[in-house]
Design a protein around this ligand. Sequence first.
Ligand code: HEC
Length: 259
Amino acid sequence: MPRLIDAPGGLRLAAACFACLVLAFALLAQANLWYMVGAGKPPSPRAVLLKYHGDPDTTLLHDVLDARRPIEDPRNMSQFLGGSSMEDPVTIERRKQVLDWVEAGAPESGWEAIAPIFTEIQSCGACHAPGGEQASLPLTTYEEVLPIARYGSPTPLGPLLISAHNHLFGFAVAAVLLSVGLCFTRVRGPFRGLLILAASGGAALDVGSWFLTRQWGEPFHLLVMAGGGLFGVSTGIMALAILRDALAGGVQAESDAAA
Ligand code: HEC
């Protein structure tokens, strides 16, 4: 079995670069979780539960129209209410109109009056309509808006399916490349097999549990966290093992040349 540590410099360089990119990816993934799910902190189990299963005390519209969201927050939808800034009276008035309607139980009789806010091309309609950037969550009819106006509503299925599809592909590519790379390192024995299983198993557990949490809530959100943790820790160890042998090989070759 050829070993990474004995491989030619170019191959070790490629392996080292790949391992570094994977580690950077892992850091970015953590930053993304802190920013998007945990609102600046490590996401709590409750935040994970609410993200997928919903919150009985609030609605998704309250969440994305929350006036405290900074303008650069990708989930800040107030900026698209039609006003020119978050403080624009149009923004404030339209947010109030939408949330008053939601708090009144989102009656169908009130839909016609607020429908333009959702459907106009100058507001939500620019993206949440067929052909728009966020066409997976269309907001063009009462029936489409109702799920995000309900208390305790889970994350919408369309965007979740797209996110699951993208994540699983990325996880699969990272897991298989790292697993193959690991087989060329000095890591041997049952630990190697465990790392390989943990990477693929963790990815499947993480993404699979998104749907279980969406449907049934507790305790599946803990499996989301366990799966993500398993994937993150195992791929991190594999990347470090690859980096270690790629760099150790370099030192080895230099001392060979010096001798
Ligand atoms: C410029 C394009 C754009 C406009 C305009 C827009 N959105 Fe969005 N919307 C997005 C994108 C992109 C996402 C996905 C954000 C993410 O989760 O990263 C999104 C997500 C959402 C979500 C789902 C959030 C979640 O947690 O799954 C809701 C609800 C939403 N938008 C409502 C609205 C409303 C209401 C309006 C109008 C006031 C609006 N959006 C205007 C692009 C837009």
